[in-house]
Design a protein around this ligand. Structure first.
Ligand code: FMN
Length: 235
């Protein structure tokens, strides 16, 4: 049972190109959404909502907007970064079966949200935990999820009739896939790889000696060496 959980954690991928568009059974979708809704939340505020978007027209309008935002980002890149990014797909909005838009309502449970008085972002963290639960549950159901964040919040608010005070946090492409890649897309395309656990692990204090030496060693390493280290860490 424990092993199955870790397997799901490591199999989970952000999917763009592998959606089949096949239907998702209602009971499966319900289980995935129930897992999301079972997430922890600050002060039990449960500040999330899930908007299921199946309409091709709505999805098409969102995709046009995302592709325009992709161009905005691309225009800020130069040289090798521009070249590498040009080969990366950033969404599977039309190819997936449906979109699940996850929103954050800061007003839910207000004014006295227990645990949020000092850290306003704790509400947003709660929504992200619901998203992660959804992502892992979908993986356990052999479905793929792709998080799209190439959008302006006012556009998505307007498109889906989301009230002004509510923030759209994610457009999740969801549906059956041909397969899940073993290596993240960004790593396969040479955009950026996963860092070794050692590089982010600290003992007692953030600035402990071991971390400092790992971090500075990492900075002085060539990208080739970092790649080798990361490959070894994954084994
Ligand atoms: C907050 C957030 C926003 C993301 N936005 C996008 C996006 O707009 N387009 C995209 O293709 N992937 C997006 N991703 C996916 C990441 O690129 C992906 O998680 C990362 O490269 C690691 O790959 P993996 O999820 O397959 O392990 C996003 C992920 C997160 C957590």
């Amino acid at each position: 049972m424990g092993a199955a959980f870790y397997d799901v954690c490591h199999r989970r991928r952000d999917v763009r190109g592998e959606f089949t568009g096949a239907p998702v059974a209602e009971d499966v979708l319900r289980r995935v959404l129930s897992a999301a809704h079972a997430a922890p939340s600050v002060g039990m505020s449960q500040p999330w909502d899930f908007v299921l978007v199946r309409d091709p027209g709505t999805r098409g309008r969102f995709r046009d907007h995302v592709l325009a935002e992709r161009e905005v980002f691309a225009s800020e890149l130069e040289g090798e970064r521009a070249e590498t990014f040009s080969r990366i797909k950033v969404e599977g909005i039309l190819e997936s079966t449906l979109g699940v838009v996850v929103t954050y309502d800061p007003g839910r449970g207000s004014p006295a949200v227990l645990g949020r008085h000092a850290i306003a972002d704790a509400g947003l963290y709660s929504v992200c935990l619901a998203i992660q639960n959804l992502w892992l549950a979908a993986t356990a159901e052999d479905l793929g999820v792709g998080w799209v964040s190439f959008y302006r919040e006012p556009f998505l608010r307007e498109l889906l009739g989301i009230p002004e005070a509510v923030r759209p946090v994610a457009w999740l492409c969801l549906g059956p896939v041909t397969h899940l890649e073993e290596v993240p897309d960004l790593e396969r395309h040479g955009w950026r790889g996963r860092r070794p656990l050692e590089a982010v692990l600290h003992e007692e204090r953030y600035t402990d000696a071991a971390t400092r030496s790992t971090a500075s060693a990492e900075r002085s390493m060539s990208s080739e060496v970092v790649e080798k280290l990361e490959t070894e860490t994954r084994r």
